[in-house]
Design a protein around this ligand. Structure first.
Ligand SMILES: [Zn+2]
Length: 433
């Protein structure tokens, strides 16, 4: 029996255990620490789960609620190094009354496992854990190192030193090393996300002159100016962005999938509007404050915006575009500054020709009889951190419904298929025999 066959058989034998693990992970609440949650219980559970099965686990405690886990199996040489990644935190439940089942149920119903974090990404996490244990148990010889990395703060980075989260710190200090990474984020098994957009957060300040509300012509209304400034900044979405040449095909194929998934999520507009999100800036005005009293012309207004940057647009260029748009308005007393971290800014991608992409594609083809397409993820995540730290990274994992919303679930059959694809890709990447 060759190495891949051994590993795949071992994973298949763990089918029931894998579903059970996913249910169990959902039943342990693990809201992201930055949203007031705690990941220490789930970290303890996973550590025990791995240790009971013979793995050695190292932990880094960033604060009592934020503990990351790592485990490695060393092969016959120092390279290549592959990381299998999952995050154990999940976004808050929101209004519990809007769920049709208990948010931490973990119940298996009609081919899905139910509960907060099922899709994002306790399903994928259970799959990478299972693959990792199968590689260990099947005792195959391989080159390099296989590392399982489990993050506690993907949904919102905890302010570890530079503010960019636990994974950034681990990579920056050399505590975690890799030549490639598979993140089990919920791309769906038909899709490999090779790139993630960037995020550029700006704070816009409008200042004016106060006056009595009965004589506004004696003042200079900061809120009026802000409204004009925001209208102008929104125009940044009109101008297209040309993606890097090696991504042209990937961006185009992402459009079709995006239109489909937006329709599934209830978007009823023209598909072209959804597709624009892939090569145009997306603008969200998230916060606004201004004025002191109804009968005073306001002298100050502040707005905070997220500009989501598509492939090929870097923060410096976005800044220039915002500058130009504001200049055109002729408004005085309106300024803006960036307030997101450097690492959070740029979109990043892994070349579709990278080995990690091709081995996952080939193994997916073997398991699913159809090769996944490479696409761009619609939102940024830890993939940006890994790529910025020089690790070619893809997101590929089980999907379901209700991500970051109500009634979240993940498909049971995706879990075992994903685990097998990770297993086959690991064998190929680490040249196991
Ligand atoms: Zn996620």
């Amino acid at each position: 029996m060759d190495a891949k066959e051994k590993v795949l058989r071992c994973i298949q034998a763990k089918d029931g255990e894998l579903t059970e693990l996913c249910s169990k992970l959902i039943q342990i609440p693990s809201t992201t620490p930055a949203y007031g949650g705690n990941t220490s219980d789930i970290a303890r559970f996973i550590k025990n789960y791995l240790e009971e099965r013979g793995a050695q686990v190292e932990t880094n405690e960033f604060d009592p609620h934020t503990i990351s886990l790592r485990s490695s199996i060393r092969g016959t040489s120092s390279s290549p190094r592959l990381i299998l990644y999952g995050h154990m935190d999940a976004v808050p439940v929101g209004e519990e009354s809007r769920w049709s089942f208990p948010p931490f149920s973990g119940e298996v119903r009609e081919g899905s496992i139910l509960g907060r974090g099922a899709m994002d990404m306790k399903g994928g996490l259970a799959s990478v854990i299972t693959t990792y244990l199968a590689i260990q148990e099947s005792n195959v010889q391989f080159e390099g190192t296989l590392t399982l990395a489990i993050a506690p703060d993907e949904e919102k980075w905890v302010p570890v030193e530079g503010g960019l989260g636990t994974q950034w710190w681990l990579l920056k200090t050399g505590t975690l090393e890799g030549d490639a990474c598979i993140m089990a984020e919920p791309s769906g098994l038909r899709t490999i996300w090779v790139g993630e957009k960037g995020e550029y957060w700006i704070k816009v300040t409008a200042t004016g002159t106060p006056a009595h509300a009965t004589m506004p012509i004696l003042g200079d209304n900061a809120i009026d100016k802000m409204m004009k400034a925001l209208d102008a900044i929104r125009n940044i979405s009109d101008e297209g962005v040309t993606p890097p040449q090696e991504l042209t095909e990937t961006v185009e194929s992402s459009k079709a999938m995006l239109a489909e998934s937006m329709a599934e999520q209830g978007f009823r507009g023209e598909p072209e509007i959804a597709c624009k999100m892939l090569d145009h800036v997306v603008v969200n005005v998230g916060e606004i404050q201004g004025g002191t009293m109804t009968n005073i012309v306001p002298d100050k207004c502040i707005a905070k915006l997220t500009l989501v940057l598509p492939m090929g647009l870097h923060p410096e260029e976005a800044k220039t575009r915002v500058d130009d748009l504001l200049k055109k308005t002729g408004l005085s007393g309106v300024t803006f500054e960036r307030f997101s971290g450097e690492m959070a800014g740029s979109p990043t991608f892994t070349q579709p020709s990278e080995k990690i992409v091709t081995v996952v594609k080939e193994n997916a083809r073997e398991i699913l009889n159809t090769a996944p397409r490479t696409e761009i993820a619609i939102g940024p995540g830890d993939g940006n951190v890994y790529r910025r730290m020089g690790v070619p990274t893809i997101n590929y994992g089980p999907t379901g419904t209700g991500v970051h919303s109500y009634d979240e679930s993940v498909k049971v059959k995706d879990l075992i298929a994903a685990a097998k694809i990770y297993g086959g890709a690991t064998v190929d990447f680490l040249r196991a025999n």
